[in-house]
Write a protein that binds this ligand. Structure first.
Ligand SMILES: C[S@@+](CC[C@H](N)C(=O)[O-])C[C@H]1O[C@@H](n2cnc3c(N)ncnc32)[C@H](O)[C@@H]1O
Length: 233
């Protein structure tokens, strides 16, 4: 499970190094998965953060303490406190920002997402396959012996070998997982699939983007519009 809007540790790392000294405290008002705190910890800084979504507690815990079995034996610790930024005594702050723009509507931030979603579409190990053979631009054979068809892909005879080459390259040393549409089988009883690499690269769409295949418009399926938009000009 991961936060959908994580940034790489290198980003806060550079800023923390630039703007603080060892032992100082870094504040991240939008903690998310806790990347800022991780960078702070690894650079010998303390950190404090706000996160509106309590579902991230285990994600933050995992990110900061990962494989360490006993967090209490370490010389630093992570604690969570319930509360809201409103608990801060604003009149004691050295500088108070007054927004000259009047707000014309009130929103309940807790009802909005602001990138605050946990991606629960984790792929289980046994849903992953390897590709034994690329038969044609729209057909592949999986390691379990099944032959499946890439939904929405219409081979273009002119670029057949380029399309096959592209797929072979993508599938080398990678595992794939499959997703299905409402239309499950074609007329020849081939299973129709959206094929994804284990890193979630959407192969059908990437193949369309190469221009080596056409988009199948002979029937309706949910990604048809997306594929048509991916056709290179
Ligand atoms: C873009 S994410 C931050 C991602 C983070 N940099 C990381 O690497 O994981 C923004 C986070 O701010 C949180 N957030 C949004 N509004 C907030 C608020 N008013 N108070 C505290 N957290 C808030 C969201 O729940 C979301 O997790």
């Amino acid at each position: 499970m991961g936060h959908i809007a994580m940034f790489p540790e290198e980003l806060p790392k550079r800023l923390i190094k630039m703007f603080s000294f060892v032992g100082e405290t870094v504040l991240d008002p939008f903690l998310g998965s806790g990347t800022t705190s991780l960078a702070a910890k690894n650079l010998g800084r303390n950190s404090v953060g706000y996160e509106i979504n309590s579902e991230f507690k285990p994600v933050i815990q995992e990110k900061l303490w990962g494989n360490q079995l006993d967090i209490f034996s370490m010389d630093s610790e992570v604690t969570f406190e319930e509360g809201s930024p409103a608990d801060i005594s604003f009149d004691r702050l050295p500088y108070i920002f007054h927004d000259p723009h009047k707000m014309d509507k009130q929103v309940d931030v807790k009802k909005m997402q602001f990138g605050s979603k946990i991606d629960k579409t984790e792929v289980k190990r046994n849903d992953l396959f390897s590709v034994k053979k690329v038969i044609s631009p729209d057909k592949i054979e999986l390691n379990d012996g099944r032959t499946v068809r890439l939904l929405g892909i219409k081979p273009n005879l002119q670029y057949q070998s380029q399309a096959i080459g592209f797929l072979k390259d993508k599938f080398t040393k990678r595992k794939v997982f499959l997703k299905y549409d409402t239309v499950r089988y074609d007329k020849e009883d081939n299973l129709l699939c959206y094929v994804y690499l284990d890193n979630k690269t959407f192969i059908n769409n990437h193949l369309v983007r190469t221009g080596f295949v056409d988009v199948d418009t002979s029937f309706d399926y949910s990604c048809q519009k997306k594929f048509l938009n991916s056709v290179p000009n």
